[in-house]
Design a protein around this ligand. Structure first.
Ligand SMILES: [Ca+2]
Ligand SMILES: [Ca+2]
Ligand SMILES: [Ca+2]
Length: 432
């Protein structure tokens, strides 16, 4: 029997070892084995699993309580059966004396049974007390169990959170591992680059020495250039002043140019107008040339045509000098009756010719008058007077009554003009 107990204990321990690997206590302890594990949390976990052990231990006491209850019921039923049995036997003994000895034996046996019943009743009371105390203990254990269940739930939630954090840390660890590998690769690359850079650095060091030499040379050149720069700066300032002066001049020229441009445009407009006028004049000139040619033909014909008897020829006209004397109006009337009019002097040559027609002091009426507007002298054919041969201080419109022109012959000379009263009686000259 001791061998069987050892085997059963070993079996139980193995079962516990198996359970402990899937047990939350085992998982939490493994999670909390790090340096940063919280000691209080470790205690809570231990307490939780102690309560679980208690649950396992409490199960047999519950079975004992139930067995005691059943035993009390069985004993109570046995007592009731004995009372009923001895009552029936008593009645049977009084009815039959032959059976009195038997009844005495049964009575003794009943007393013995009653003594046993008394003992059983005492045991039952003891068991009843044990049951009451066990019930109280059970209630306390139930209360403790409720608290432990709550703590277990909290620990379960903590465990879930810790598990999640562990997963996240695992993911971070994997990522960090990958980054570490990348960094290692980069480190190798950088090492190779560093070797190359070392070589380049050596080359650069040599170049630097060469450049140092060059720098000394360039420094000398720079000093020379500095002096050149100073002189160029002075020249630049002078040029700047010249530039400013030129700029002012340029602005003035621009203004002049603008005004000249406007003038040019105006001149262009005037030129265009003049061009159109010139073309118009050209056309007029062409038509006038035709007229002139026709008139020249007529003039030549007139020049070759002789005057009638008593008339004198000059150029294209015929002239007649009266022997009588009349006033200006009648003189003109006489000329018109002859198909002519008072003479109109058109040129210096005609002035000279008229001077030859008259004797000295023989003043003669000519076709000149300002009777229409005082001071405005007109020829009788309506043409204005352009070239004049007035005597000195003439015309004077003496007494405000001299509106007709007379020819005063001179020798030598061209002859002169005077204004006289139109009523005066004197010779006249007709022209046709
Ligand atoms: Ca004339
Ligand atoms: Ca007059
Ligand atoms: Ca006069």
């Amino acid at each position: 029997m001791p061998g069987e107990e050892k085997r059963s204990k070993r079996t139980l321990m193995e079962t516990e070892k198996k359970d402990v690997k899937t047990n939350p206590l085992y998982i939490c302890q493994s999670l909390m084995s790090g340096k940063e594990a919280d000691q209080s949390l470790r205690k809570y976990v231990q307490l939780f699993f102690d309560s679980a052990d208690f649950q396992r231990k409490k199960l047999p006491s519950r079975c004992a309580t139930v067995c005691l209850g059943l035993l009390c019921v069985v004993l109570l039923a046995g007592n009731i059966g004995q009372v009923v049995y001895y009552e029936i036997i008593g009645r049977l003994a009084s009815a039959d004396p032959a059976q009195a000895s038997t009844s005495a034996a049964l009575t003794a046996e009943r007393k013995e049974l009653e003594a046993r019943l008394s003992n059983q009743t005492k045991e039952k009371d003891l068991l009843q007390q044990s049951y009451t105390s066990a019930t109280a203990e059970r209630d306390e254990f139930n209360a403790s169990l409720g608290n432990l269940k709550k703590e277990r739930d909290q620990l379960q939630a903590s465990y879930t959170a810790l598990k999640q954090e562990s997963d996240e840390l695992q993911t971070s660890y994997n990522n960090t591992q990958k980054k570490l590998e990348v960094l290692k690769t980069e480190h190798n690359n950088l090492t190779a680059s560093k070797d190359q850079l070392q070589t380049i650095y050596s080359n650069l060091q040599r170049e630097k020495d060469e450049l140092q030499t060059l720098f000394v040379t360039l420094t000398k050149n720079r000093d020379q250039l500095q002096s050149s720069y100073s002189s160029l700066k002075r020249e630049k300032e002078q040029l700047q002043k010249s530039y400013d002066t030129l700029r002012v001049g340029k602005d003035l020229l621009q203004t002049s140019y603008n005004s000249l441009w406007k003038g040019k445009e105006q001149l262009q407009t005037s030129y265009n107008n003049l061009r159109r006028e010139k073309e118009q004049l050209q056309a007029n000139y062409s038509s006038a040339s035709l007229v002139r040619d026709q008139l020249e033909k007529k003039i030549n014909k007139l020049r070759s045509t002789p005057c009638q008897s008593g008339w004198k020829k000059f150029d294209i006209s015929c002239y007649w000098v009266s022997t009588l004397k009349k006033n200006w109006t009648l003189s003109r009337q006489d000329c018109k009756e002859k198909g002519a009019d008072l003479i109109v002097i058109n040129s210096r040559e005609e002035q000279i010719f008229v001077n030859t027609l008259l004797k000295l002091n023989q003043n003669a009426w000519i076709g000149l008058t300002d009777s229409l507007e005082e001071g405005t002298w007109m020829w009788v054919d309506g043409t204005p007077v352009t070239m004049t041969y007035w005597q000195p201080n003439q015309p004077n419109s003496f007494n405000g009554n001299q509106d007709c022109g007379e020819f005063v012959p001179k020798s030598p000379g061209l002859g002169e003009w005077n204004d006289d009263g139109c009523f005066a009686q004197q010779v006249w000259i007709c022209e046709k």
